[in-house]
Design a protein. Structure first.
Lengths: 164, 164, 164
């Protein structure tokens, strides 16, 4: 945190690990880094899984009636009854993956790689690693392990703080 | 962002599009604007639907065991099994709509209108519009279209930043 | 908000009331208070229930495919179909409670007590109390009742603002 160049700083707590909610933190991180900000991401709770070497992200329309896919010129939601049928969650994931690819949007893996290349600082939450029994060797290289105090220290020095 | 009057600035990323989660951003926006703050709302992901001319918001108790409605002096939650039955999601929406009306709380449409009248600046996320194939003509008048860089620019100039 | 000692200030909007999402605000609050920050928590929407004298928190894997419990050296998620079966939500709650206890992590009740002892300021949202018909006598002692304007006032004076 030397910040010799007076750059503004963005610090994010990343708590969600689904395909859709993985996008906001990585898009914000890469955009901010490209604009010259110093960026720190603190991965905790379900967000910690975004640091795994092998990502296996999915979405679920369950409990989110606002998730509607564009189909045949309309926006179609999924009734909760359908969403619990085995395979329908996987179908929603495939639909969203296809939509993302068709629209030329980068994958989470690509955005994560770009974030690391842009020197975005990543911190893996120690307590979450203990709680959910994740090992550092399952994670990509780059992140350091830290706790809530590490996050608070960073946040007090950041102009933009977001809990995602 | 001239900010001649030295007003404090609040900037929010609005990512959720259900009836319940639509309230926090609009209540904060109208309250802050009434207190003299300059407010910017960046609508992205499921939150983008809150800019549609015709709102059709609903709630789901699915996956949110903390959602409990006051009934007959008690607080009743809904077992997940019930919530997947067709019509029960709609019933939860109706119950919450009735509760909101009975308590004299403004509708999202009314709060949105008040926000626009208070000169709250609204930005519709370009990437989300492309991804979910929403058209500017389906949106209310007022919002401009912008990307993550527009948001970051605003955020660096805001005293309060929230990801909702 | 005298802040004679030039302490940095952390202000959080706490909106979720499940067992898992109750942790981030209380861990951040107690950690920040221990580091000398002045902390304010504004409890609103489903988060208001975290102020109840008798906590009865649960989790649901529904709609959160990223929730995976460590079992027999693997990480097991729960198919949505299983999660709607009566009792399975309760089982997920019990599993997470056991995991938390086994790992020696403090309970929400303990963290809440520690937060109060650390002079974390707690505000219960007036509108939510009216909407969901919660009474101040059902709440723990300590929190004051306030509205969105009280929150905004606090937020304008805080270096770190988070919406959780």
């Amino acid at each position: 945190m030397s910040n010799e160049n007076n750059a503004k700083r963005l610090s994010m707590i990343v708590t969600k690990g689904t395909l859709d909610w993985a996008y906001p933190p990585f898009i914000l991180a890469t955009t901010a880094a490209a604009m010259g900000l110093e960026v720190t991401m603190f991965f905790t709770f379900y967000g910690l899984t975004l640091l795994k070497k092998k990502l296996d992200l999915s979405v679920s329309a369950l409990g989110n009636p606002a998730m509607k896919m564009p189909m045949m010129g309309m926006h179609i939601g999924m009734p909760n009854l359908m969403s619990v049928i085995p395979g329908v969650g996987a179908a929603a994931t495939t639909m969203m993956e296809n939509l993302i690819k068709k629209k030329g949007i980068a994958s989470i893996e690509e955005l994560r790689e770009a974030a690391i290349e842009s020197e975005v600082k990543m911190i893996a939450c120690q307590m979450t690693m203990d709680l959910f029994e994740y090992k550092i060797e399952d994670m990509i290289e780059g992140p350091v392990v830290g706790g809530a105090a590490t996050y608070i220290e960073t946040a007090t020095q950041s102009e933009i703080n977001l809990f995602i």
